[in-house]
Every structure is written in structure tokens, then in C-alpha cells.
Design a protein around this ligand. Structure first.
Ligand code: MSP
Length: 633
């Protein structure tokens, strides 16, 4: 980004509401939040958009599975995203939902505009569709003639009437835009998009008729059975959020074009090919940068619900601190590459980078300032004694924004900041202020503390957008506040005024062992087949007798009739929750093909099903009375 830039509009993808927020969503959002905070700190008028993507077949099916209407379901999940971002203090300016009426109006307006331009025509779509990616898949892209090349799931064959967008018409313009403006970051990713366009763009089906959960076509087209393809609907959020399609286009005039769309690598094609084509069709300027990040895995494995290894970002932030988590995600993985989450890697970053390099440097000068100078620190002689160290640090500050931050090389940006900390730590070890104090070199020792304080001030300011609260605490210790004025001062190489350093407790106490509760780190669940499930024989029975086992605190002896012409004896650990009297005459669910076992000398011929949580235990019973021996399936 150039220094002349007056406004800065950046966006995250809008998240599908078929699932609750996970670490991948948090990653994209935290990157965007960091960039937004940085731009604001520089004094740039910034607009940061996030939100939820709520239409489409995937959401309709997810809602139906849960017995909810799509809107009810979308309301529920969308509010979870919003609540998490609020808890994480994500500094978004607008949270858009594609079910917002202004958005719907905007999409219909765009559709009509493209239609009137002659870019939309009606035909039939026959081919493969991946519901999970909400994506049409060309036969040549299919894996094993059937699977989606992006997510590996089976595609469905659909044949339906559809409106098409003349994507092919824009092929050359998209290609020259990609090649000349180089809007994709990291640049290495651009090649695959360019190749995709060069292979030839086919017109894109942009309406569906086989389900209902989507935006209807503009009334003028009088074609009520079609809904707008979810990706066209979703991409336009970047414009409708600013008022496109409404009576008030002030924000649109002020902020468009977007300076930055942050996306995951899986959705780059939609943003770098379809989106510019739509924009060209309605004569809007194209976004400046589309930055694609990689994917997070867990302990080396792809995260998935069925494996039970999906990381809940709130659990990580609760255990390790939100800002430490932010730092970890941004530092651990080169932007664009895939990254692995492990608690060990997170703990290492906190203990080493944050605790040793940053926290200790601050503690060291607090300690020395009080030992030698009653807490006073002065920058007045820093340039006299330590111009080499100071200049090295200034050089880093001078380049990190343009070379790394706006290029989305945030991990490098942080690495460079850490070099400033290492200049500081090394200076203390090399110059040994304790020896200077012994040798009456007080002025030089004071200058060294001044040097370190200024290095820490630089780091606090430039780390602020990643760790806002922690760096504000550091600044407070060093006697200043972080704001645009201070940012500019540091940028202009102005040193700190003399001040008395404040004592604070360590910012990053050492973490000795993993902090995420074991129960919450779900171990991969092994899936079973239906045949394996049916190996367990479950039946309805009635308790005909029950008595306490005197010697045991937990066990009751019950007799259960499973309609077998005899009663079975079952020893159940339910004494704390039920008296024998309340059990007799009630129906229960029984695992009836367990191998008999002996408990406290009694043979047990089965097991009662129950559920236990923090509120106690309850037996599982049929909702209505059932014939004894009825199979449960
Ligand atoms: N709704 C579309 C985006 C429409 S934007 C106009 C969508 N939603 S999503 O919820 O499936 O994904 C949102 C973002 O989360 C994507 O950028 C995706 O790359 C990212 N991630 C989802 N899982 C991820 C990881 N495991 N790791 C990192 N990010 C991943 O796509």
C-alpha cells in the first residue's frame, strides 16, 4: 500500500453458517483484525467488514437435518460467530449477513444490471456439483470421475434450467488484470489462478432451481423458481455492506475499491476470477489485493468433525490468553503456507518469544533501573553511546511495513521485530551495565537503559495491532500511550522523554504444562459401521424388583423382565441416584447381550443405559411404554 492511501477497506470471507466457528475462521479474522488495527494506528480511515454467508443448498440441508428452518438455523449460528468476534474484541466496523434485506436488494440490483448488459442468459446446466464447496465442477476437474477436486467429497449430478453469466467474455480482461496488477498474494499462488484462466473460462451457472433457500431473482424477470447461486450472492456482500443497491452510497463512494480481501486458499478462485468478472460487468473498480492464506491442521492431521480434532479457538484463548494465541497464529506459519496447531508449539512460542525475548527484556530494565537509578530512565545519551544499535533498529522499523506488512508477510514482520529485541538483549549481555556501575560509568549505563527502553517502545508500537492490550501495558510501563501521534513520533525516530519506569508483574508467566483441559481436547473418535453398532443388542425391559447391596455405596441389584420368560439380574451403579422403590415398575433400556460379569459376588447379566453430567445421572427410558423385549435401534 502506498503512503498516499487515505481510506482502507478490508474484508474477511463471510463464514458459512453450517458449522460453528473454528480455528480456521479465527485465523482469517485475526489476520484481518491485525491489518485493520495497524491501518487505524497509522491514522488511515479504515473500514473492516466481516459477516456470515447464509444461503445455499448446504445451509438448507444442514438446517433440515436439525429439524430447523434455514433462517432459524442461520440466526443461531450467525450469532455464535458474532459473539465470538465480540469476545475476541475483533474491531470490525460491520457484520453483514446475506439474509439482511439491504444485501438481498443489492444482489438483485447487480443481477439485473448484468442481465440488462447482456451478460446473463438462460439455458440448462447439466453436470457435477459439490454441495460442500457450493461449486460447479467441470468433468476434466473431477477426481476419479466423481470426486470434488477441492474437498474430495462425492459430487452430485444435477440437471436443471439455469441462468448463466458470460464469464468467458471476461477471460482476457481477467488475465491481463492478474498479470499486470498482480493482485494476488503470496505471488506464488497467482500462477495456479492464471493457469486456471488460461485453460479457458466457461460461462458460469448462476441460478439454481432444485431448492429454495436463496435470493429470488429480480421481480422484473418473473421467474420465481430460480434462486441466485450462493457464490454470486456471497461475493456481492463486499459491495452491499457499503450500501450498493441502497439509497445511500456514501460509504461505497468513500471506501470502494477494497484494498484487501483476505481469503483461504480454497476460495481464491472465486475471489480472483468470478468476483472481478462480476465487477467488470457492473463497471466497478477491482479490488487491489486478494491475499490467500493456508490451512491449519492439528498435530499434523487435517481437522474434521468426524475425527473430533477440530480446534475451538475460544478454548485455546481461554487457556493461553487471547493475545498470546493471536501472536502464535501470526508468527508460527508463513502467510500462505499450511500450519500445524499443537499445544507444544504454542507453549514454546509463549515461553521463548514472549517470555524470554520480550518479557524478560522488560523485566531486566525494570530491575536495573530501580537498582541503579530509582527507576529513572533517560534517552539523552543513547545516540552518544549506542548509535550503532539504535540505527540497526531504525533500519528494521523503516522497512517492515512496506516490505512485510502490506505484503501480508506477517510472520516475517514479526521476525524482524524480534530482531530488535535481540539487539536489546545482546546489548545488555555485551556491555554489562553492572560492570559499568562498578567502574563509575553511570552515564553509559543509563544510556544503555535508555536504548533498551526505546527498543521496547518501537516493538510495543509495531506489535500493537497483534497484541493490543499487552503492548499498551508495556507502553504504560515506559510512560507513554500508544496512539497515532506516538506512532508517527517513533517513525520519525524521536526518542522517549525521560521517565520513571513502572514495575509490573511478569507479562508472560512461564507455562510448565499444557493448559487445555484434557476433556476438551477431543481425541480422534473412531467411527464404527452400522454393523458394528448392531452388534450391541439393546432392549426395553421393566424393573420388577430392586434392592440395595449393603456392602456397596454405589450398587443396586435389580431384576429386569425383558419378555424372555425369566427375569435377569443386573447389578447397576445407580444407588446414589435412585431408591429401589422408585425403580420398581418402570421401564428401562438394557444392553442385553453383554457377557455376564460378577460384581461384589453377584452375577450381572446386562447393563442399564443412562446418562450422567454435572447435574447427576438419569436412566434412559422409552418415551412411551413399549412391549417388554422390544429391540432398540
Ligand atoms: N462462505 C464462503 C466464503 C464466501 S466469501 C464471499 C466460505 N466460508 S467458510 O466458512 O467455509 O470458510 C471461510 C474461510 O475459513 C475460508 O477462507 C477458509 O479458507 C477458512 N478456513 C476454513 N477451514 C480452515 C482451516 N482449517 N484453516 C484455515 N482456514 C480455513 O468459504
Amino acid at each position: 500500500m502506498s503512503d498516499k492511501c487515505k481510506t482502507y477497506y478490508l474484508t474477511t470471507p463471510i463464514y458459512y453458517v453450517n458449522d460453528v466457528p473454528h480455528i480456521g475462521h479465527a485465523y482469517t479474522t485475526i489476520i484481518a483484525d491485525t491489518i485493520a488495527r495497524y491501518a487505524r494506528l497509522k491514522g488511515i480511515d479504515t473500514f473492516f467488514l466481516t459477516g456470515t454467508d447464509e444461503h445455499g443448498q448446504k445451509i438448507e440441508e444442514a438446517a433440515r437435518k436439525r429439524g430447523k428452518s434455514p433462517k432459524e438455523y442461520a440466526d443461531e449460528i450467525s450469532s455464535k460467530f458474532k459473539a465470538l468476534w465480540d469476545e475476541f474484541e475483533i474491531s470490525y466496523d460491520k457484520f453483514i449477513r446475506t439474509t439482511d434485506s439491504e444485501h438481498i436488494k443489492g444482489v438483485q440490483k447487480a443481477f439485473m444490471q448484468m442481465y440488462e448488459k447482456g451478460d446473463i442468459y438462460k439455458d440448462y446446466y447439466e453436470g457435477h456439483y459439490c454441495v460442500s464447496c457450493e461449486s460447479f465442477v467441470a468433468p476434466s476437474q473431477l477426481v476419479n470421475d466423481e470426486l470434488c477436486p477441492d474437498c474430495g467429497r462425492p459430487t452430485r449430478i444435477i440437471k436443471e434450467e439455469s441462468y448463466f453469466f458470460r464469464l468467458s467474455k471476461y477471460q482476457d480482461r481477467i488475465l491481463s488484470w492478474l498479470k499486470e496488477k498482480k493482485p494476488i498474494l503470496p505471488e506464488a499462488r497467482a500462477n495456479e489462478v492464471i493457469r486456471f484462466v488460461e485453460e479457458g473460462l466457461k460461462d458460469l451457472s448462476i441460478t439454481r432451481t432444485s431448492f429454495e433457500w436463496g435470493i429470488k431473482l429480480p421481480k422484473e424477470l418473473n421467474d420465481p423458481k430460480h434462486v441466485v447461486y450462493v457464490w454470486l450472492d456471497a461475493l456481492f456482500n463486499y459491495l452491499t455492506a457499503l450500501g450498493y443497491g441502497s439509497d445511500d452510497e456514501t460509504l461505497l463512494k468513500k471506501y470502494w475499491p477494497a484494498k484487501l480481501h483476505i481469503v483461504g486458499k480454497d476460495i481464491l478462485k472465486f475471489h480472483a476470477v468470478y468476483w472481478p468478472a462480476f465487477l467488470m460487468s457492473i463497471n466497478y473498480e477491482l479490488p487491489k489485493i486478494i491475499a490467500a492464506h493456508g490451512w491449519w491442521t492439528r498435530d499434523g492431521e487435517k481437522m474434521s468433525k468426524s475425527k473430533g480434532n477440530v480446534i475451538n479457538p475460544k478454548e485455546v484463548a481461554d487457556a493461553y490468553g487471547l493475545e498470546n494465541f493471536r501472536y502464535f497464529m501470526l508468527r508460527e506459519v508463513p502467510f500462505g503456507a499450511d500450519g500445524d496447531f499443537s499445544e507444544k508449539a504454542l507453549i514454546d512460542r509463549i515461553n521463548n518469544d514472549l517470555g524470554n525475548d520480550l518479557g524478560n527484556l522488560l523485566n531486566r530494565i525494570i530491575g536495573m533501573a530501580y537498582k541503579y537509578f530509582d527507576g529513572k530512565i533517560s534517552s539523552q545519551k543513547v545516540e552518544k553511546y549506542y548509535s550503532k544499535e539504535l540505527n540497526e533498529a531504525k533500519e528494521i522499523i523503516g522497512k517492515i511495513e512496506q516490505t512485510y506488512l502490506w505484503k501480508m508477510q506477517i510472520h516475517k514482520y514479526l521476525e524482524e521485530l524480534w530482531k530488535i529485541l535481540s539487539i536489546g538483549n545482546k546489548a545488555i549481555d555485551t556491555y554489562k551495565p553492572w560492570e559499568m556501575m562498578k567502574n563509575n560509568q553511570e552515564e553509559k549505563a543509563m544510556a544503555l537503559l535508555g536504548l533498551i527502553a526505546n527498543l521496547l517502545a518501537m516493538v510495543a508500537i509495531y506489535l500493537h495491532s497483534v497484541m493490543p492490550k499487552t503492548t499498551s501495558k508495556i507502553a504504560n510501563t515506559l510512560g507513554f500511550e500508544i496512539n497515532t501521534e506516538k506512532f508517527n513520533e517513533i517513525n520519525e525516530n524521536k526518542l522517549l522523554n525521560d521517565f520513571v519506569i513502572k514495575k509490573i508483574p511478569p507479562l508472560f508467566p512461564k507455562i510448565e504444562k499444557p493448559l487445555m483441559k484434557k476433556a476438551e481436547i477431543k481425541e480422534p473418535v473412531d467411527l464404527i459401521t452400522i454393523d458394528e453398532f448392531f452388534k450391541a443388542e439393546l432392549k426395553v425391559g421393566e424393573i420388577v424388583a430392586a434392592e440395595e447391596i449393603k456392602k456397596s455405596k454405589k450398587l443396586l441389584r435389580v431384576e429386569v423382565d425383558l419378555g424372555e420368560g425369566r427375569v435377569r439380574q443386573i447389578i447397576a451403579g445407580i444407588k446414589e441416584y435412585y431408591t429401589p422403590d422408585e425403580l420398581v415398575g418402570t421401564q428401562v433400556c438394557v444392553v442385553s447381550n453383554l457377557k455376564p460379569a460378577k460384581l461384589m459376588g453377584y452375577v450381572s447379566e446386562g447393563m442399564l443405559l443412562g446418562a450422567k453430567d454435572e447435574n447427576g445421572f438419569s436412566l434412559i427410558r422409552p418415551e412411551k411404554k413399549k412391549k417388554l423385549g422390544t429391540k432398540i435401534k
